[in-house]
Design a protein around this ligand. Structure first.
Ligand SMILES: [Zn+2]
Length: 211
């Protein structure tokens, strides 16, 4: 793998090397409370700015994930080339248009070409991209590209299902709150049979997505 390639996101935005400014978030939340007409001094709200200031670094930790640490020593050489599928990976993200949650599950598959990654790493890769301000389409693509750049497999497939609070909570439901996005690379794009095998697998026994 080429770490520079994987970290290009970081280089585009050098400010991500610095910690999130929790104090600035606290100030902003205090201003928002005042803008709502609330009293930031009342007991229930007194510590809210501080809580929110501490919360965002966790919700947005994906910008600062140490990629080398994440994949460290978890890539193995193999001779088999059967499809590897990890389905129903829970994720929690924030839509970048409203900063409201969208949550759901991701299904990731790849067909190795000499290398596999430890199974437990795939959910962490999903997390790395989910814990950012996102749009679901881009997150899906980023997960697929990352696995593709990391393992150079014969193909990668990612399907993401999401429920978007910005669609569900707001009065004017302009877009469907439930969304499915997918990215198919390599064999999954070229071969209908391969793609169908993956889709059959993730649809088997699937319960509808709900909160
Ligand atoms: Zn939104």
């Amino acid at each position: 793998m080429n770490p520079e390639e994987l970290e290009e996101d970081y280089e585009e935005r050098p400010s991500f090397n610095e910690e999130i400014d929790s104090a600035a978030i606290e100030d902003a939340v205090r201003s928002m409370l005042v803008a709502f007409g609330e009293d930031p001094q009342r007991e229930g709200l007194l510590n809210t700015p501080k809580r929110v200031g501490r919360m965002y670094p966790e919700l947005l930790s994906g910008y600062r994930t140490d990629v080398d640490k994440l994949v460290n020593k978890a890539i193995f050489n193999v001779t088999y080339d059967d499809m590897v599928i990890i389905r129903d990976i829970e994720y929690y993200s924030l839509c970048e248009h409203h900063m409201l949650p969208f949550i759901g599950r991701a299904h990731v598959a790849y067909i190795p070409k000499g290398q596999v990654i430890g199974l437990s790493k795939i959910p962490r890769i999903v997390d790395m991209f989910a814990r950012r301000l996102q749009v679901q389409e881009r997150m899906t693509r980023q997960i697929a590209d990352f696995v593709n750049d990391l393992l150079h497999p014969q193909g990668v497939a990612v399907v993401v299902e999401g429920l978007h609070m910005c669609g569900m909570m707001r009065g004017v439901k302009k877009h469907d709150a439930r969304m499915t996005t997918s990215t198919m690379l390599g064999l999954f794009r070229k071969s209908i049979n391969t793609r169908q095998e993956f889709l059959d697998h993730i649809n088997r026994g699937e319960a509808p997505l709900r909160i």
